[in-house]
Ligand binder design. Structure first.
Ligand code: CIR
Length: 410
């Protein structure tokens, strides 16, 4: 099956998502910080917001475009008993301190649906005698892997709360036909390293950015960079970002809106210097060179001028407020066609100042209900969608999407 990503903004053809389900209703407020949520979220509204977001994607995607639920992929893989058993054994080994081994035999008797329910909810119905935490962050499929050209980076969770999700993704990559080609070029990390997909940004066919963040370790970054450079990527830009909750991944402070336009959180990107290291390969070994500014480095490598659009606009407080609610985390459906949370009004104003027509999700869907959307005809559009519940999980449109195929043409 066709898959591959050579830029953040080529036309979206296949994307993996997870519409939130019962797992978000199992978050006990006393555990919300451990589970990486800033509040408890209301499942019903979160689901409606997510499904509305998917309708918006469907409207903009060309015919034949696919929005794929991650649990459908997992269910397909779990139909095979040996895959279920391998997954259970991997989970017991990798999550040793969860003490799952006493129920290994019980887990091995489960059918595909019930095992999947255990993975997502953390307990075995109907008795629920064994209780792990739920996995409410499955919503943020972005972090579970990253497709870079024809390679796939299998992420390694930095936080225990997300470990089961990452193992599920690894199983999907290894066993689902969607990944038949990509898995030949799978990039793994070693046990002590971590890397999460939100830190990986594909600039072009030969340039990749990786955030050195709260979630991606230096060693994880270097390990992945070496493998990318070996596989034909020419430049990896390691970007040092604040190691804190509000900017846990690079894509919380920097995303692409068009090939040469990015939405950025100024204090952590534009106003930083000496925060980039350019990695490239010389006669088979990795050379590193410190760079003064991210913008200048992107311009030098791509030979294009870049525009950085300020998340939150010019006002300092709005920059911080809108970064917190994922204003810098936009997701491109096509070059210059992006989606983001409606509440980040100052970011939409800044985008409008740079030539983006602002539309809300419902007007966009209505306008293209009976004619296909064509970006070349319509120009640059910033589409706002409602995500008041989704946003409490501390992730935006890019975090909730794992693209596996983008192409330049319709
Ligand atoms: N790429 C992203 O920034 N993903 C958002 C992840 C949010 C989730 N609650 C987490 O802390 O892992």
């Amino acid at each position: 099956m066709k898959a591959g990503i050579s830029s953040e903004t080529d036309i979206l053809k296949k994307v993996i998502v997870h519409t939130p389900g019962s797992e978000v209703s199992l978050v006990n407020p006393s555990k919300k910080e451990d589970l990486l949520f800033d509040d408890i979220i209301f499942e019903n509204d979160a689901r409606i917001e997510h499904l509305d977001m998917l309708k918006l994607f469907q409207t903009a995607m060309p015919s034949g475009g696919e929005i794929i639920e991650i649990l459908d992929l997992a269910l397909h893989c779990f139909q095979a008993e040996d895959v279920r058993h391998q997954f259970i054994e991997m989970m017991i080994k990798e999550l040793a301190d969860e003490n799952i081994h006493p129920i290994e035999k019980d887990l091995k008797k489960l059918d595909a649906e019930t095992l999947l329910q255990f993975v997502v909810e953390g307990s075995i119905p109907p008795s629920r005698h064994f209780d792990l935490n739920p996995a409410p962050n499955l919503l943020f499929t972005r972090d579970l892997a990253a497709v870079v050209g024809n390679n796939i980076i299998i992420s390694k969770a930095a936080k225990k709360a997300r470990a089961r999700e990452f193992l599920l993704m690894e199983t999907i990559v290894m066993h689902h036909p969607l990944f038949n080609e990509l898995k030949k070029n799978a990039i793994h990390t070693s046990p002590q390293q971590s890397i999460e997909g939100g830190d990986v940004i594909v600039v072009s066919e030969n340039i990749v950015m990786i955030g050195m963040s709260e979630r991606t370790s230096f060693s994880g970054l270097m390990g992945v960079a070496e493998q990318l450079l070996d596989s034909g990527i020419s430049h990896v830009l390691a970007v040092d970002i604040p190691k804190q909750r509000s900017s846990m991944h690079l894509d919380t402070i920097f995303t692409f809106a068009d090939h040469d336009e990015c939405v950025v959180f100024p204090p952590a990107i534009e106003e930083k210097t000496d925060n980039v290291v350019h990695l490239h390969s010389v006669n088979g070994s990795v050379h590193a060179k410190k760079k003064t500014s991210l913008k200048a480095t992107l311009e030098e490598l791509t030979e294009k001028e870049f525009t950085f659009i300020k998340c939150g606009g010019a006002d300092r407080i709005n920059q911080f407020r809108e970064q917190w609610t994922d204003g810098a985390n936009v997701f491109a459906l096509a070059p210059g066609v992006i989606v983001g949370y409606e509440r980040n009004t100052r970011t939409f104003e800044a985008l409008a100042d740079h030539g983006y027509t602002h539309m809300d999700q419902f007007s966009f869907i209505e306008k293209f209900s009976d004619k296909p959307f064509n970006q070349q005809v319509e120009g640059k559009i910033a589409i706002s969608f409602q995500g008041h519940e989704l946003c409490r999980g501390r992730g935006g449109a890019r975090c909730m999407t794992l693209p596996v195929l983008r192409e330049k043409d319709q």
